[in-house]
Design a protein around this ligand. Structure first.
Ligand code: CAA
Length: 258
């Protein structure tokens, strides 16, 4: 595969691993990093050998936000004209599950990036937050929307209006993370979850992700209809036949991915 300036990318069997690698600035998410990240996750998303992805940072930071140095001097015409955060849209279109493994600072755009992942494993050192208000702006890559849908209005308002950091255990109580583990277990646990998901039938995995995400997009009736259609469509796959037959024959299924 290609090499990246701001990422370390490797495959561990069916699990694609992307490590944000701009440690001197706590993985500040400059535009080029987001472009690379969308390229790397997009390549895994299209690779039939990859079934799930893990996105991580380092012990000190998952990411401390968008790159303030890159944004500081820009005006309204430039940020709109260049569509400063436009590349982030590509991240929200990844179809395979992405597990975030978060240690240390997970702030601003870093938090928004984690919330755009499908599962979040947090080390005990993780600190989440939307500090944008302290530098004269607001979250711009989903924070006001995803945080509010997960934690509710009153928790989101406090986070977005004060910029306070939310430690891992509190984030867990808010429903913001899948689980909290000791720091040294953070990446291993994320990989364990990813391998479990990678062992599931891939078309059903993709439909399951799409169906859960649809819950954030539509009223209940439309979401239920969407789910039912995807459920029915899986009966056109060989893996549905195999999965149900294997259950009845009391043996393990062999997935074909079709
Ligand atoms: N952008 C650019 N550089 C950053 C950065 C960021 N978001 N966060 C940290 N850095 C840099 C620092 O400038 C510093 O660089 P130098 O060594 O060259 O001075 C280096 O990373 C280490 O950071 P600190 O010295 O500040 O480390 P600390 O331990 O004292 O503090 C911190 C850690 C509390 C996380 C602090 O760095 C901080 O507050 N960072 C900014 C957090 C922030 O405001 N994020 C939101 C960005 S806006 C955004 O994300 C918009 C959006 O919604 C998309």
């Amino acid at each position: 595969g290609r090499s990246y300036q701001y990422l370390l990318v490797e495959a561990d069997g069916p699990v694609g691993i992307v490590r944000l690698n701009r440690p001197k600035v706590l993985n500040a998410l400059c535009r080029a990093l987001i472009e690379e990240l969308a390229d790397a996750l997009g390549a895994f998303d299209r690779d039939p050998a990859i079934r799930c992805m893990v996105l991580t940072g380092n012990e000190r930071a998952f990411a401390a936000g968008a790159d303030i140095a890159e944004m500081a001097g820009k005006g309204l015409a430039e940020v709109t004209g260049d569509d400063l955060l436009g590349a982030w849209q590509r991240l929200w279109r990844i179809r395979k599950p992405v597990v975030a493994a978060v240690q240390g600072y997970c702030l601003g755009g870093g938090f928004e990036l984690a919330m755009g992942c499908d599962l979040i494993v947090a080390g005990e050192s993780a600190q989440f937050g939307q500090p944008e208000i302290k530098i004269g702006v607001i979250p711009g890559a989903g924070g006001t929307q995803r945080l509010t849908r997960v934690a509710g209005k009153y928790k989101a308002m406090e986070a977005v209006l004060t910029g306070r950091m939310i430690p891992a255990r509190e984030a867990e109580a808010w429903g913001l993370v899948t689980k909290v583990v000791p720091d040294e277990q953070c990446l291993p646990e994320a990989l364990r979850l990813a391998r479990t998901i990678a062992g599931m039938p891939p078309l059903a995995v993709q439909m399951a992700k799409a169906a859960v995400l649809q819950a954030y997009e539509t009223p209940l009736g439309a979401g239920l209809e969407f789910e039912r259609r995807l459920f029915y469509s899986l009966f056109a796959t060989e893996d549905q036949k195999e999965g149900m037959q294997a259950f009845l024959e009391k043996r393990s299924p062999q997935w074909k991915g079709r």
